[in-house]
Design a protein around this ligand. Structure first.
Ligand code: URA
Ligand code: CA
Length: 433
């Protein structure tokens, strides 16, 4: 088999076989196929698309390019949740203990973040003592005992995807639905999920800005998952503004605690209940999605979800006293209020600008090597549709630097206040099965 023939076949719009795709991904991972040929192939896919079979075969070839996590020691149906990313997305911190509290095994493999705020592991490390350096045996035992544990990402998960994603990034071929869908799904499947709930974001702060594109990506991922024997469904949710109020690691832990107490922001709470219900249902812990939601609401109101969070933190060395006393979390030296300059109604909050403001404070990494400051970040007081009076705080900045002019500037740029009527964005646009 020759790579040049496979490029030509895709260039001419024909379908590649499973053997051809396996050959290409295996040889590319080994370095036998050079980047220039793989780039040409990626561009051919960009214009010619892939059939459902090709997408499933590409996904599986990437899964098989590296380690596959074996979760068979863990009892029950392992459901994973994946979000396509946004600003201030605190859902994983809430969902892990919440669904575990009703008996769903959460065997979560997570990474560190790049960009606005940390990843799930960075956020959890804001809890003093918490660590994810556990071995596979301990991980399995913890999930069997407590129903929830988080482990750091294996270094050799889907190396073909890592290489190809890096290549797509510099050859203008990221924005291709078949390649995005197989990239994301390969990582979930390699991490051992039996079932997958996807939270596909849409809007100005999302990877996919247009609702139709978000739906198409969701449909493709659901189809790949189901074709490969993993029960998969997707929710399309809003990212026209940050989710919840908090952006920043310790601040998001506190927000997750509030939400587990039933006192969190409405949008975050609702999205967690919607995603969580799907997880419980796919794990076969309820006979319907509606019943699953009732179970989760009960876990919050009874305090079971909060207890589960404490147990989870303690099991991995964390100081669970933060749950009752959030002041035990890292706290920034200074706070500054960003006040509204006029009366009106908030009509826009550019999520990416807010994310960048949090990153400048040190809540996220500008490069892989950057050090993260777990204490800093932003807390929004006003969301789209809220009315404000001149001088009222829009946002509180939590900073360890005294000089935050550039952050304030960005926050003002991201907020639009109008005198007109404002349409509040829908939170959940669709369910894709
Ligand atoms: N996120 C991924 O993991 N892969 C893509 O291709 C795009 C976004
Ligand atoms: Ca948040």
């Amino acid at each position: 088999m020759r790579m040049v023939d496979l490029i030509a076949k895709k260039r001419d719009g024909r379908e590649l076989t499973k053997q051809e795709i396996n050959f290409m991904i295996q040889e590319y991972t080994k370095g036998e196929i050079p980047d220039y040929q793989m780039s040409a192939f990626a561009m051919a896919v960009f214009f010619r698309d892939m059939t459902p079979d090709e997408r499933a075969n590409l996904t599986m070839a990437m899964v098989e390019s590296g380690d596959q996590i074996d979760l068979s020691e863990i009892e029950g149906i392992k459901v994973d949740k994946h979000s396509t990313g946004g600003v201030g997305d605190t859902t994983t911190l809430v969902l892990a203990p919440l669904v575990a509290a009703v008996g769903v095994p959460v065997a979560k493999m997570s990474g560190r973040g790049l960009g606005h705020t940390g990843g799930t592991i960075d956020k959890l490390e804001a809890v003093p003592g918490f660590h994810v350096e556990i071995d596979n045996n301990e991980f399995n035992e913890l999930v069997n005992r407590n129903k929830v544990a988080v482990i750091g990402q294996s270094g050799n998960l889907t190396p073909a995807d890592k290489k190809l994603y890096g290549l797509r990034d510099v050859t203008a071929t990221v924005e291709s639905i078949p390649m995005i869908a197989s990239s994301i799904m390969s990582k979930k499947i390699a991490a051992g999920a039996d079932a997958i709930v996807l939270d596909v974001k849409t809007g100005s702060g999302a990877f996919m800005k247009k609702l139709e594109d978000s739906k198409e990506l969701a449909r493709s991922m659901v189809e790949i998952g189901n074709n490969l024997g993993r029960k998969t469904m997707a929710i399309i949710s809003d990212m026209n503004q940050p989710l919840g109020f908090a952006i920043g690691n310790a601040l998001e832990v506190k927000e997750a605690i509030d939400t587990l107490k039933g006192q969190g922001p409405n949008d975050l709470q609702e999205l967690c209940l919607v995603l969580g219900s799907q997880m419980v249902y796919l794990a076969e812990k309820s006979s319907s999605v509606e019943e699953a939601r009732k179970m989760l609401e009960e876990a919050i109101s009874s305090g079971k979800a909060l207890e589960k969070f404490k147990q989870f933190l303690e099991a991995q060395g964390g100081d669970a006293s933060v749950v009752d006393n959030p002041l035990n979390l890292p706290t920034a030296k200074y706070t500054f209020e960003v006040e509204a300059k006029e009366d009106g109604i908030v009509s826009e909050i550019v999520a990416n600008d807010i994310g960048t403001a949090a990153m400048i404070l040190g809540a996220g990494r500008a490069t892989k090597e950057s050090e993260i400051d777990l204490a800093v970040g932003l807390v929004l007081h006003k969301k789209i549709g809220d009315s404000v009076k001149k001088g009222e705080p829009l946002v509180t900045i939590h900073s360890n630097k005294e000089e935050v002019e550039d952050v304030i500037e960005r926050i003002y740029e991201s907020y639009t206040i109008t005198q007109d009527k404002v349409k509040i964005p829908t939170l959940i646009y669709d369910h894709i099965q």
